[in-house]
Design a protein. Structure first.
Length: 158
């Protein structure tokens, strides 16, 4: 007799190619998580995110073009706020504006519990919202000093 199912997700039986039995090869025309929302490029989404942060009084907003340096993401938006309440407010506004204007939702949100450094992962765009002291401590802009800075105020403005 097999082990009892304890309520977790069962893994489907895998065929010879490692895909679940009965599944077809991925269709190149079907949007994947990496290409879904690709109609809005990373720089445009970064402009939307930066303006959303500015609208909620995000401080020292920087957009970095990191695509040529790391290859797995195209742009970073970095901003900060003096308190955790404002960090959360900025995060909520960025999520809302990207959902409304670009039709995208984050793949993952990390750090919201303590809100000293919240990371919103949109695949080709990563938004970092820091508590001011945390931003100063980690110096993310120094780490990515070779990345080109994007003038975000006019990018994707409607």
């Amino acid at each position: 007799m097999g082990r009892p199912h304890l309520g977790g997700r069962r893994r489907p039986a895998a065929g010879p190619a490692g895909r679940p039995v009965g599944s077809a090869a991925p269709d190149p025309e079907t949007p994947t998580p990496r290409t879904r929302g690709a109609t809005t490029d990373a720089t445009t989404k970064a402009g939307i995110a930066a303006r959303a942060a500015a609208g909620k009084k995000g401080e020292e907003i920087v957009v970095l073009d990191v695509g040529d340096i790391i290859g797995i993401v195209d742009s970073f938006v970095v901003t900060s706020a003096p308190n955790t309440r404002q960090v959360r407010t900025i995060v909520e506004e960025v999520e809302e504006q990207l959902r409304e204007q670009a039709g995208v939702r984050p793949r993952a949100v990390e750090g919201l519990d303590d809100a000293s450094w919240v990371l919103l992962d949109y695949g080709d765009l990563v938004v970092h919202v820091f508590l001011s002291e945390t931003r100063a401590f980690y110096g993310l802009e120094r780490l990515w000093a070779d990345a080109a800075r994007v003038e975000w105020q006019q990018v994707g403005a409607s």
